[in-house]
Design a protein around this ligand. Structure first.
Ligand code: ADP
Ligand code: MG
Length: 245
């Protein structure tokens, strides 16, 4: 497998200022994610998981530090430049699915392709059909989200995240709204996508979900306190030291 670096964070700090209060949500994060990795970010509530994912997804910026995404320094970009890269390179999956309720499955998945890509209708259809086949939902193309189970809705949301062929898929508690059976279906889908080469970064507070990943990064109080990779040659052996300040 290639070892191309997709994500490189150096010395990332994030401070939230609210009224008189300062919250240090991320405290000196150094993190490198390579192409093809399936990374789980775990840790207790409030430790900074969602903040980290928002930064990785260019939904927010750090207070300090640098971020290179696929070799580009994105820490200094303006709002519009970040939006362009976000639309092109990042696929998002959220706990609450976030499908648009009055659009069909087909229209929801097509949405990310409808602006800025210059694709014809036929080209879009081909990509949408491919993405729906990847998540095994091709038979529900004309349904509305309300006509699907939670697990099916999350698979559609994953298809929507994948359809633009992003460099990385970011998922924040993707199984948080699902019963254990549907959660397993979604985790097995992520496993399959990882096997097919997708780069995935998933936030979860559930240790059993984290075990699906090839690497577990554990946060505590805004710091990386553990970073453990597992593959067939190095089962359970830590390959990266937790960052030390
Ligand atoms: P997690 O996802 O691990 O539960 P978060 O990243 O949501 O944690 O939050 C990390 C810390 O930052 C928490 O103390 C939280 O209260 C704070 N925080 C998160 N978002 C904001 C915000 N928009 N404004 C102020 N504080 C925030
Ligand atoms: Mg969170």
């Amino acid at each position: 497998m290639s070892t191309k670096t997709i994500i490189a964070l150096q010395g990332i700090k994030k401070i939230f200022y609210t009224q008189e209060l300062e919250t240090l949500a991320l405290n000196d994060i150094h993190l490198q994610i390579n192409q093809g990795e399936f990374v789980a970010i775990s840790g207790p509530s409030g430790c900074g998981k969602s903040t980290l994912l928002s930064l990785l997804g260019l939904l927010d910026t750090g207070t300090e530090g640098s971020y290179h995404l696929a070799g580009t320094d994105v820490s200094e970009l303006n709002h519009n430049e970040r939006a362009v890269i976000r639309n092109r390179d990042i696929g998002f999956v959220f706990q609450a699915f976030n499908l648009i309720s009055d659009l069909t499955v087909y229209e929801n998945v097509e949405l990310p392709l409808t602006y800025g890509r210059g694709l014809s209708k036929a080209q879009r259809r081909e990509k949408v059909e491919h993405a729906l086949a990847q998540v095994d939902m091709a038979h529900r193309i004309n349904h509305l989200p309300s006509q699907l189970s939670g697990g099916q809705q999350q698979r559609i949301a994953i298809a929507r995240a994948l359809v633009g062929e992003p460099k990385i898929l970011l998922a924040d508690e993707p199984t948080g709204n699902l019963d254990s059976k549907n959660a397993n279906i979604v985790l097995e889908l992520l496993d399959k996508l990882h096997t097919e080469g997708a780069t995935i970064c998933m936030v979860t507070h559930d240790p059993r979900s984290a075990e699906h990943a090839s690497r577990q990064v554990v946060l505590f109080d805004g710091k990386v306190i553990d970073d453990i990779s597992r593959d067939t040659t190095l089962a359970g052996v830590p390959v990266t030291e937790a960052s030390s300040a």
